[in-house]
Design a protein around this ligand. Sequence first.
Ligand code: ATP
Ligand code: MG
Length: 268
Amino acid sequence: MYQQYRVVPETTVDLDRREPADRSAFAGDKSAGREAAKQLNRRLESLQELLYAEGRHKVLIVLQAMDTGGKDGTIRHVFDGVNPQGVKVASFKRPTPQELAHDYLWRVHKETPGRGEIVIFNRSHYEDVLVVRVHNLVPPAVWERRYDQINAFERQLAEEGTTILKFYLHIDKAEQKERLQARLDEPEKRWKFAKGDLAERALWPDYQAAYEAVLSRTSTPYAPWYIIPANRKWYRNLVISQILVDTLEGLEMRYPEAEEGLEGIVIE
Ligand code: ATP
Ligand code: MG
């Protein structure tokens, strides 16, 4: 039922036609939604344990969003209580001089999951066709090539056994205004407010266009994008949890065989 949010490969995405406040895939209200997410969270806990025990699959989750889009909150809620052993978050900030001395995928490839691991990318290689494109940090001819390079990179990861899910947390400009205002108003949130966020906000249309290019050109059968309605945090968490649980269940994982002859063992 959440497949409506999946971006069909090779279709053109118009973000104005995606409703950030949508909640149409869930019949209940906010408290029912939270309850449903809690149930999913328990399933996720046991699926992650199984993934770790089996040690076969690698899972990569990419989170991208405008500022205040809710990447941190998503990680906190969706993975609440999941065993930190076997789940890692990799955050990609402005590249260091050493990172800039390498190709843009260098720092990214190092963080991809190994067998039995789930890795969540908080921002990702997509920044190299988002902020980099919006601010002209490299010439157009350079970022233009990157969509194909990214697809090739993700295809390689997938062919080598990585399951990839990419979530764009879709909020609208009015919602961002409220969230930025809350960061100013609430003392415990102020640390999150960066004046620079206002300059980025002014570039909203440019970012939306850059996101549309990403979503239109890099949603593939092996690494699909999902556009998650994210104005309502509870709905965002619910949809992402459901997609994750469905995907992990689809891997048909099994606990490894126990050693033979354990039945008769008596521990003295
Ligand atoms: P977030 O905003 O993700 O919650 P944060 O507030 O803790 O993170 P910031 O320093 O605001 O940290 O975010 C990281 C910044 O690094 C973003 O502005 C992002 O666009 C920028 N960034 C990430 N990757 C790149 C890149 N490849 N090139 C240039 N800037 C990048
Ligand atoms: Mg920030």
